[in-house]
Ligand binder design. Structure first.
Ligand code: SF4
Length: 405
């Protein structure tokens, strides 16, 4: 089954659950999901897990310091109260030889609730709950396993867990805007999304899909039309470099941290610093990375397509789903994520001495992007700046054309 602009809807205990077609997932047991995050726990999770003495089985950790209380901001709209601190190399301390020690010794039901939920991701909206999956999972990156539309019993159980952990009405959807000065109703948004997805899935390449989606959003607006390809200007590259530093921080200490875009610092640096893209302490120019051979492996386009499609279908790119951005700014931000992925995956390939970018470089990159977008926070000034910069389809063309030429 391939991606389409239609989807399956089922009723579960008074909720409409919308399930995308063409997205597959089954656990491959790789243990990769247990990296890169401080695992959140409800009060019950914390009481159950912290009551066990792990000091004999896992003596390398100081168990009196391995859990922490979440701040009010971290636990907002959820029933999470604590988190398991990850190890210095970023994995959950309970992960041993790619297996969960709690699961193996004490049973699945003893693990924190979120571990059973992952990588399923639900988003509650005025028209029901939309299901997607996290691209931090290897199986999701490879689209391996059973189609989500054939996992109805599993999904009902996952939704029950989701409802236990996340507050109803936690995400605010009453300020949806197509652009900063164009508020739209939820029904208008849904009609627009149908057109966006129809245009997106029909494009021949990922670049065509992005451009077709952008045109669909501008259809009823007096908009600047996308010009023929030209090279990105200083502002384009500077903004891209700012996003790159945000999502691919060079400082290892920031790797497992939330993402805060500082608009004032960005504006101050814009004129002073040449835009550079840093990976493993090496700085690259935009041109160096975009002129490096890009892989023609169709699996890469397929991965990018599922990644962007999932963000759109799951409504994780605008309004309450992402930084209260307008739909157009949110969609163009997704477009720039592809450019960032192209640049980062290429730097990874250069770093390992390869002659071309591989699917593994791209998978590693998309996994990190997915993780970082989930913890991105924009202050009011930054959000206004992003709206301004991301409104332009010309900018998207100027940046994406050299990335995927
Ligand atoms: S508790 Fe177990 S399943 Fe959950 S993140 Fe840690 S190792 Fe993975």
């Amino acid at each position: 089954m391939t991606l389409s602009s239609t989807h399956k809807t089922i009723e579960v205990e008074g909720n409409s659950l919308h399930i995308p077609e063409g997205i597959n997932y089954s656990c491959s047991g790789c243990g990769r999901c247990c990296y890169g995050v401080a695992v959140p726990m409800t009060e019950e999770d914390y009481d159950r897990v912290s009551a066990i003495d792990f000091s004999k089985d896992l003596p390398q950790f100081d168990w009196s310091k391995q859990y922490r209380k979440l701040s009010a901001k971290e636990s907002a709209n959820t029933n999470y109260t604590h988190a398991i601190k990850s190890t210095s190399d970023g994995h959950c301390p309970f992960l041993v030889n790619k297996l969960c020690h709690i699961h193996g010794k004490y049973g699945e039901e003893v693990k924190p609730l979120i571990c059973g939920l992952f990588p399923y991701s639900f988003n509650r909206t005025p028209s029901g709950i939309y299901l997607t999956v996290s691209f931090r999972s290897n199986a999701v990156l490879g689209n391996v396993g059973t189609p989500l539309t054939e996992q109805l019993d599993t999904l009902k159980e996952k939704l029950r867990v989701y409802n236990t952990v996340y507050d109803e009405g936690g995400i605010i959807w009453d300020k949806v805007k197509l652009a900063t000065d164009k508020p739209i109703s939820w029904d208008e948004y849904l009609a627009l999304e149908t057109k966006l997805l129809e245009a997106f899935v029909q494009g021949a390449t990922i670049k065509d899909k992005i451009y077709a989606g952008s045109e669909a959003l501008f259809k009823d607006l007096p908009s600047p039309k996308a010009s023929a390809a030209v090279t990105p200007n200083k502002m384009d590259k500077a903004f891209l470099a700012g996003l790159f530093a945000l999502y691919f921080p060079n400082n290892p200490k920031l790797k497992n941290k939330d993402v805060h875009f500082n608009g004032i610092k960005f504006a101050a640096e814009l004129m002073l610093k040449p835009p550079a893209f840093k990976v493993a302490n090496k700085s690259y120019l935009f041109e160096t990375l975009t002129e490096f051979p890009w892989s023609q492996d169709p699996a890469i386009d397929d991965l990018f397509t599922r990644f962007i499609y999932s963000r759109i279908f799951g409504k994780w790119y605008f309004g309450g789903g992402f930084a209260q951005l307008s739909v157009i700014a949110g969609y163009h931000h997704l477009a720039l994520l592809l450019a960032l992925a192209r640049l980062h995956a290429t730097a990874c390939a250069i770093e390992r001495g390869a002659s071309t970018v591989s699917m593994l470089d791209v998978m590693q990159t998309v996994r990190q992007l997915d993780e970082k977008i989930g913890v991105a926070v924009l202050d009011g000034y930054s959000a206004a700046l992003w709206e301004l910069i991301l409104f332009s389809p010309n900018r998207i063309h100027r940046i994406l054309d050299p990335c995927f030429n």
